[in-house]
Ligand binder design. Structure first.
Ligand code: SF4
Length: 709
């Protein structure tokens, strides 16, 4: 809390959304009602601004369409016909159905499903894990986003925060690689702007001439899914022209000889053929990147969403060590800054509750799981959804809807609004917004810990997710202490407050200030000190050699992930699984590569139902290059159908050369029921995994586009 008088109070909050910026927020409350929300001007990174998605957050909190009471379905599945019921009735029904299903089929017939609809340590990704692990439910593997990037980064650099984004002001050469900062990481932009005032050059590598690319000194359009080839080609030139930092490589890296051999075949000519980038541009980029220091790379999550995305990120992660960029303030690489937060994931996740051998089902394949296509025994009989909206966000949308329509499936959804998924629920539960609950927020875009204090009473009968699972645990007779901790007790338990990065930081400071910067080294790898098993940057990955990939528990819900096939310990180029170059048979029918872009005015599917945001985002659309449009007789503003063997969706064509010939771009986040023909982009995306971390290959789909007449 900041200030208070008789009528007005200001309260410190933190944005809960799936965004790297985790803004510190000040909410003004008058007579128990939140009347204003604004950015906290004191926060050194987010600096008092909120993005367009969240600045009208009160519209969300006080929306007349919010789910405010528990409800039971009274019409056919999907018809969105519900009646209000009491919390007691809802909890009784859930507990009774769960017990019956567990007796009849075993508890693995129950499948939870959650993602980053809330990013808080209390109410976010792992809040229900202890409950479902105690129940013995199937484990829901969560690898939608950053799982491939994180695996590749951990294999190469270990769990380090990398370059502190606050130090980007010192950079002289900034490469935004597959990252549309002005839409998805807006609070990094002032640091980039400052660096440019100091003479830095900004390079954007992106298949699309994005908002950010338009502001860059140099935009390098790349063929989708070929980033690994570019990174290997850059290393080829850097080594051949002796632009490496020999001292750094000798002292602080592993596997240089093997890497040199590997990149020797990636000549500029070959790389140009693969990536579509002119030879001279590849050479210029390599020379500038190696010689203008400090150079820094900001990696976007988009890169992992291709068949070879993981190895692409591995290759990019090798670059800063090769040229010694880690030596400098503002040099190196920023993947996600989450790693130094001393989070005790086990407090909410409780891996000790998991019975050995409990099956794991990846959420990206939830349509197949619900439809019985994975050969699951027992089949899924109950589906419990919170913090996510799989109908719009997971692949094979038609299969998810078919699965949710099954009469024998018992579905529970905890939500703010009646989403496309909630429409198919048997029971809908009301969840609090961030102004109504406690939380503690890490960030994956900066290194500040942020506290969220409730500003107002919960609306209607909404409850925080923490309370939801406390109530469910009590109904199921779970007596463990973890199910009885209050929110304020969880705040104290969920971090290792003795960790050196939290020195001088305690809960009282957070309550006064709202945030605190972790005590981290701003030049973490000036002298190596990589938290890998060798202590060095691993061009040659010991994790791959051991075939023992340990992913953080919050990503997947289980302790260990063994890849099905051996992983190359050296970075390599794996072509896209669907592209005209690698799959000409498929491309003969579906010649266009489809990219799924983050929308500017929605956050994933959050805000996709609010009228102000929908107006700004405009109708669902597809960006198609003029050459591709002309071939199909498509003109700007016409209704088009995008399709492949997996399904189809309809949108308005935007004919624009911000994309390349052969590449079409459609933003995600639109809701099916508010779309033009009841489907969205995930009707056509594939459930195939990328090479590392079970990442979703959402950017690796071939489609055809035709006019709807
Ligand atoms: S969505 Fe991101 S940029 Fe927008 S307010 Fe939340 S944390 Fe800040």
């Amino acid at each position: 809390m900041v200030t208070s008088d008789n009528r007005r109070t200001t309260v410190l909050n933190a944005c809960p959304h799936d965004c790297p910026d985790t803004c510190s927020i000040i909410t003004t409350v008058e007579n128990g009602k939140a009347v204003e929300i604004r950015g906290n001007p004191d926060h050194p990174h987010t600096q008092g601004t909120l993005c367009g998605k969240v600045k009208d957050y009160l519209d969300r909190v006080y929306s007349p369409n919010r789910v405010l009471y528990p409800m039971r379905r009274v019409g056919p599945k999907g018809s969105a016909q519900f009646e209000h019921i009491s919390w007691d009735s809802a909890l009784d029904e859930i507990a009774t159905r769960f017990q019956k299903i567990a007796e009849e089929y075993g508890p693995e017939a129950i499948l939870p499903c959650s993602y980053l609809g809330h990013q808080g340590l209390l109410n976010g990704l792992t809040v229900g894990d202890a409950f479902f692990n105690k129940l013995g439910a199937s484990i829901s593997e969560r690898t939608f986003c950053a799982s491939g990037t994180s695996t590749a980064f951990l294999m190469t650099c270990g769990p380090t925060h990398g370059t502190d984004p606050d130090t980007f002001t010192h950079s002289q050469y900034i490469v935004l690689w597959g990252c549309n900062v002005l839409t998805t990481n807006v609070h990094l932009w002032p640091f980039i702007r400052e660096a440019r005032k100091n003479g830095a050059k900004l390079v954007v590598i992106d298949p699309v001439y994005s908002r950010t690319a338009k502001q860059a000194d140099w935009h390098i359009p790349i063929r989708p899914g070929t980033d690994a080839a570019l990174a290997l080609g850059l290393m080829h030139i850097i080594i051949k022209e002796n632009l490496i930092d020999t001292d750094y490589v000798e002292k602080y890296t592993v596997g240089y000889a093997e890497l040199k051999e590997r990149v020797s075949k990636y000549s500029p000519k070959l790389v140009s053929e693969i990536t579509g980038i002119p030879v001279q541009d590849i050479v210029t980029l390599a020379r500038e990147y190696a010689t203008i220091q400090p150079s820094v790379i900001r990696l976007g999550v988009a890169l992992e969403k291709q068949a070879g995305g993981g190895q692409g990120i591995r290759a990019i992660c090798c670059l800063p060590a090769l040229v010694g960029a880690w030596r400098y303030l503002g040099g190196g690489l920023l993947q996600i800054s989450l790693w130094p937060f001393p989070i005790r994931w086990e407090v909410l996740h409780r891996p000790d509750f998991i019975k050995p051998g409990t099956r794991i089902i990846n959420q990206w394949q939830v349509g197949q799981a619900l439809n019985g296509e994975l050969g699951l025994d027992p089949p899924i009989k109950a589906f419990f959804v919170y913090n996510c909206n799989p109908v719009t966000q997971a692949a094979e949308q038609d299969k998810i809807i078919a699965g949710l329509s099954r009469q024998d499936l018992f579905t529970v959804v905890s939500e703010h609004f009646m989403t496309d998924t909630a429409d198919y629920a048997d029971i809908v539960l009301p969840a609090t917004t961030q102004l109504e609950n406690w939380d503690l927020m890490f960030s994956w875009g900066h290194t500040y810990l942020t506290l969220n204090i409730p500003a107002i009473e919960p609306q209607g009968e909404a409850i925080p997710n923490t309370e939801l699972f406390r109530r469910l645990a009590a109904r199921m007779g779970f007596e463990d202490k973890c199910f009885k901790l209050s929110d304020e007790e969880i705040v104290l338990e969920v971090l290792d407050w003795t960790a050196p990065v939290l020195q001088g930081i305690d809960i009282d400071l957070l309550k006064r200030q709202g945030y605190a910067k972790l005590k981290i080294n701003p030049i973490p790898h000036a002298e190596g000190n990589f938290p890998t098993s060798s202590g060095k940057c691993e061009f040659l990955s010991s994790m791959a050699i051991d075939s023992n990939f340990v992913l953080p528990a919050f990503r997947q819900g289980c302790e260990e992930y063994q890849p099905g096939s051996p992983v190359d310990p050296l970075p390599t180029y794996i072509p896209p699984s669907e592209s005209p170059q690698t799959n000409p048979t498929k491309a003969a029918r579906y010649p266009l590569s489809l990219l799924s872009a983050k929308p500017h005015h929605f956050l994933n599917s959050c805000f996709g139902n609010l009228s102000k945001h929908r107006k700004l985002q405009r109708e669902p659309m597809l960006i198609i290059h003029p050459e591709d449009a002309a071939k199909r007789g498509i003109i700007e503003g016409e209704l088009v159908r995008i399709y492949n063997d997996r399904g189809s969706f309809q949108v308005i064509a935007q004919v624009n050369d911000i994309t390349q010939p052969g590449v079409v771009v459609a933003p995600l986040g639109y809701w099916c029921k508010l779309s033009l023909a009841g489907n969205t982009i995930n009707a056509v995306t594939s459930t195939t995994f990328a090479d590392l971390g079970h990442a979703a290959t959402v950017g690796d789909s071939l489609v055809e586009v035709s006019l709807v007449r």
